[in-house]
Design a protein around this ligand. Structure first.
Ligand code: S3P
Length: 166
């Protein structure tokens, strides 16, 4: 196993398993785990749907960038699981690629739909979640390509994905 000297940052669409894989990596490497969405929610004192509804998506995106900057500037080694849209701001991509080892998780649309269906905590999937996933995947098809490595998680367990990254 490599000795890494920096954070490991997980990027990828909703439902690709970033938080779950992040938990496994943190445990195996003895790093602390930061779930960026959870950190934003804790600081804002409201859920992501509430942030979108009360203040709009731009408010959430700004909070996401502020938190990413804050987390990356910490010492120590962390596994940072980001939200699927964190890559939409080029400033964030720059911060991530310079701040650690960036691993992108991908999955087929069907796999993602299966994993996130019925979820009410993702405002971007409100309405027809299946259609929304397909549209967002198309919109973001190049957005995760700046990663240092990419893992197609379809058909893999979270443990297998973590081993691949290691
Ligand atoms: C989003 C993904 C979510 C969360 C927010 C927006 C996105 O995180 O940050 O609902 O734009 O793809 P997950 O990828 O953890 O679901």
């Amino acid at each position: 196993m490599h000795q890494l000297n920096s954070h490991i940052i997980l990027i990828g669409m909703m439902g690709t398993g970033k938080s779950t894989v992040g938990g496994i990596l943190a445990e195996q490497l003895g790093y602390s785990l930061v779930d960026l969405d959870a950190a934003v929610v804790a600081e804002a004192g409201m859920t992501i749907p509430e942030m979108f509804e009360l203040h709009g998506e731009a408010f959430f995106r700004q909070a996401e960038t502020d938190m990413l900057r804050k987390v990356l500037s910490r010492g120590g080694r962390q596994i940072i699981a980001t939200g699927g849209g964190a890559v939409l701001n080029p400033v964030n991509c720059e911060l991530m690629v310079n701040g650690g080892f960036v691993a992108a998780l991908t999955a087929e649309a069907e796999t993602i739909i299966e994993r996130v269906k019925g979820d009410t905590n993702r405002p971007l999937l409100a309405g027809n979640a299946e259609e929304r996933i397909r549209t967002i995947l198309e919109e973001r098809k190049h957005a995760y390509q700046f990663a240092h490595c990419t893992v197609d998680t379809s058909g893999l367990s979270a443990d297998e994905v973590a081993q691949f990254i290691l």
